[in-house]
Design a protein around this ligand. Structure first.
Ligand code: 13P
Ligand code: SF4
Length: 332
């Protein structure tokens, strides 16, 4: 018999009391799943707080690279995902495409010694490992500027994967030259050379949406995530990671209107009034939305029955180098 959401919540709470488990959720999770979590946050906060947590099992409600990052940082933890849902952007690059990107830079005269690769955390462990092995590191949307600023001190060209928007947005903020591999420009003329990956959810926002809201509500503020196109971020009043957006928006005066360019579940729980989604198309991350209360319950039940489902495993070599790339970020 199908359990109601209330029944599922009660059973999940019972399992949480009984088992050595921490339930983790990203801000884009459905409300009913998000409400059950012990730890919530943006990608950086989730990586740090789950690493520092001492439960035997981590049940991660998010997308694959997030659960995988926990496993890479803490190989002794058992990490399970109620749905092994993939971030579409992370699937745009694998190790082979990373190697091809390095080759494209080599062909324009940039030697490996002069390349410092940085991967957005929204990438799979094999790409993080390649980056770690080449002396590079990971960044998230909340620390990308800091990581790039530090990396540039090495005097090298930055190969930024997979998100062209985040890479170019940071380059614009810092007054640096950037390009996208394959856009016809010479990588040697740029400081940050980006792989051509993107988030389909954040591509839904347009400058027309911004113009629409500014005309409809003069004085409205526009707040966007740096996975949006540079044209959107350049026209925004504030650009930040999910946690940074939450802080900015919740600290606005109650009467200040704001239109937000990021995933709808998060925007809808920010403020009761004067908060709008910056798109006429619902910005829904389909894979983040896959996880249901029933999935969370099923995973906890599988732990209790001694046969955990959907456990994340990373092979030793990938784990070693991906961990180095993640730890270089955390050290900063
Ligand atoms: P944050 O690091 O800002 O939480 O972003 C993760 C993400 O996938 C946004 O689409
Ligand atoms: Fe990936 Fe975009 Fe979903 Fe974030 S919103 S998890 S970048 S597909």
């Amino acid at each position: 018999m199908q359990l109601t959401n209330e029944e599922l919540k009660n059973k999940i709470n019972e399992y949480k009391k009984k088992l050595s488990v921490t339930l983790v959720a990203h801000f884009y999770q459905r409300d009913e799943v998000f409400d059950m979590a012990d730890i919530t946050g943006d990608s950086l906060e989730l990586a740090i707080r789950t690493r520092d947590d001492d439960a035997e099992f981590v049940v991660f409600c998010g997308v694959g690279f997030m659960g995988q990052s926990v496993k890479v940082l803490s190989p002794n933890k058992r990490v399970l995902m109620p749905k092994v849902a993939c971030c579409a952007m992370a699937t745009m690059i694998d190790g082979t495409q990373f190697d091809a990107s390095v080759k494209a830079l080599n062909e324009s005269g940039i030697t490996n010694e002069n390349i410092l690769p940085i991967t957005y955390i929204n990438s799979n462990a094999d790409v993080k490992a390649k980056v770690g092995e080449m002396g590079g590191l990971v960044c998230t949307s909340s620390n990308a500027k800091k990581i790039i600023t530090t990396a540039l001190k090495e005097g090298k060209k930055i190969l930024f994967v997979p998100d062209r928007c985040l890479g170019q947005n940071i380059a614009n903020q810092m007054g640096l030259r950037s390009c996208v591999i394959g856009d016809g420009s010479n990588p040697a003329d740029s400081d940050i050379i980006c792989f051509n990956g993107f988030c389909s959810v954040h591509q839904l926002f347009s400058v027309d949406d911004i113009n629409f809201y500014r005309k409809k509500f003069p004085g409205i503020l526009i707040a966007t995530h740096p996975e949006c196109d540079p044209a959107i971020c350049d026209a925004s009043d504030f650009v930040g990671s999910t946690s940074q957006l939450i802080k900015y928006i919740t600290e606005l005066p109650a009467e200040q209107k704001v239109a937000v360019g990021t995933e709808f579940n998060m925007v809808n729980r920010l403020r009761p009034n004067n908060t709008y989604i910056l798109s006429s198309t619902k910005p829904e991350c389909p894979t983040m939305n896959e996880t249901t209360l029933q999935d969370v319950y099923d995973i906890l039940k599988s732990i209790d029955e001694g046969e955990p489902l959907n456990e994340i495993h990373v092979d030793d070599n990938t784990q070693k180098w991906a961990k180095i790339a993640l730890e270089r970020m955390l050290a900063l």
